[in-house]
Ligand binder design. Structure first.
Ligand SMILES: Nc1ncnc2c1ncn2[C@@H]1O[C@H](COP(=O)(O)OP(=O)(O)OP(=O)(O)O)[C@@H](O)[C@H]1O
Ligand SMILES: [Mg+2]
Length: 380
């Protein structure tokens, strides 16, 4: 069959059935996508219950208790928050919701704009000032008499970017405008609240919930359910799931890593035209992931061009670089593009930001004269 540039999984499924085969590998490929929220989240029943209890008043149109979810990557924080928010929305019309990923929307204006849009506000093409976004949000909740819930995922990014005053906006809205917000704040960093604007914190007093790493046994349950939704019966042998669990267990029990490995293995089997994923498919899928974990990949999404350029320069360099070295290379457009025009001062700000995003590591080494220190940056 001549292959077409645009041929996809659906074609290979069709090809399978044309060959007389009953099925391909994936019954529902979406079920393994990172954004997919399954119908159940095994091993997080307690957390979901506690989260639902905090949000319960929203179902009657009143403010709930704000919550702070923290824990290592891939422990189901985002999935749990979205799961409960979705259930609430299905159950009650008396609430209005916004989910904001602060890696992407990391300024006060971006957070407010995303919230206004999620609340259903039609926004004009010309940019609005942050305060205008905020008054649209307040008006919306007030006019529709719906209690607002805002999920701020990876919210620690706001404090790092000096943009956490938006939390103060939400926290104080009850007093200033009579519209009380309930927030779900999510971070990997258990101490993220400490860096918050004091005034915002004292108004919010969020209830703190820790998400612990998954054990191999828990991963087995999670993967088993997701695989049953995603694959045709018999397409994914238990031994493949066991391999993916062992792989994820080595990566700190990150469920995202396990699901990604399972998905990649499925795709490899599909490309072979097979009806069953082999252990070899799984091992090859791990090979593709060794270099960069799914969590690191997540961090790379939504970076600015300057941030990407800094990473490209460091990736090319064998040795760690000082901000001075980086500045020269960026100015010269070392990575093949035109030089990035930015001041040394703002380059240092970018570097600090990339360190807080855990994409870069910084080490202080003694200066050449033995006095003073030079900060050297390398990829994490
Ligand atoms: N208990 C679970 N049941 C089913 N799928 C799960 C469960 N926990 C996590 N997952 C899946 O694992 C992946 C990672 O989960 P999630 O994005 O919620 O992690 P996270 O704790 O937010 O991680 P990070 O801190 O890196 O953002 C998602 O695809 C999610 O659907
Ligand atoms: Mg998350």
């Amino acid at each position: 069959m001549p292959s077409n540039l645009f041929s996809r999984a659906a074609d290979s499924e069709r090809a399978n059935s044309e060959r007389g085969n009953e099925r391909g590998i994936f019954k529902n490929e979406d079920a393994l996508h990172p954004e997919f929220i399954p119908d159940s989240l095994p091993c997080r029943e307690e957390e979901l219950k506690a989260l639902a209890a905090c949000l319960e008043p929203l179902a009657d149109g009143s403010a709930g208790e704000s919550v702070f979810l923290h824990g290592p990557p891939g422990t189901g924080k985002t999935a749990s928050a979205r799961f409960v928010a979705r259930s609430l929305q299905e159950y009650s019309q008396k609430t209005v919701q916004a989910y904001v990923n602060c890696w992407h929307d990391s300024t006060r204006q971006a957070v407010l704009s995303a919230t206004a849009r999620a609340f259903g506000e039609a926004l004009p093409r010309r940019g609005l000032a942050s305060d205008e976004f905020f008054s649209r949000i307040i008006q919306n909740a007030r006019n529709t008499k719906r209690a607002p819930l805002v999920v701020l995922d990876e919210f620690d990014r706001l404090a790092h970017a000096g943009q956490d005053s938006v939390l103060y906006d939400f926290a104080r809205a009850g007093e200033t405008s009579g519209v009380a917000f309930t927030l779900i704040l999510i971070s990997n960093d258990a101490l993220a609240l400490r860096r918050l604007d004091e005034r915002a914190l004292s108004s919010l007093r969020p209830h703190s919930m820790e998400f612990e790493r998954y054990s191999p046994l828990e991963l087995k349950k999670i993967l088993g359910e997701r695989a049953a939704t995603a694959f045709f019966e018999g397409a994914c042998p238990k031994s493949v799931i066991a391999l993916c669990i062992a792989f994820a267990a080595k990566k700190n029990g990150d469920a995202r890593v396990a699901l990604r490995a399972l998905y990649d293995a499925g795709k490899r089997a599909e490309r072979r035209g097979a009806q069953e994923i082999s252990e070899n498919d799984a091992r090859q899928a791990f090979g593709g992931q060794e270099e960069r974990t799914a969590s690191q990949e997540k961090r790379l999404v939504g970076l600015t061009d300057v941030e990407k350029e800094i990473i490209a320069v460091l990736r090319k360099s064998k040795a760690p670089l000082s901000s001075g070295d980086l500045y020269e290379k960026l100015a010269a457009g070392v990575s093949g593009k035109d030089g990035v025009g930015l001041s040394e001062r703002s380059l240092r700000d970018y570097l600090n930001l990339l360190v807080t995003k855990r994409l870069l590591v910084v080490e202080d080494v003694a200066g050449e004269s033995g006095r003073g220190k030079t900060r050297l940056f390398r990829l994490a």
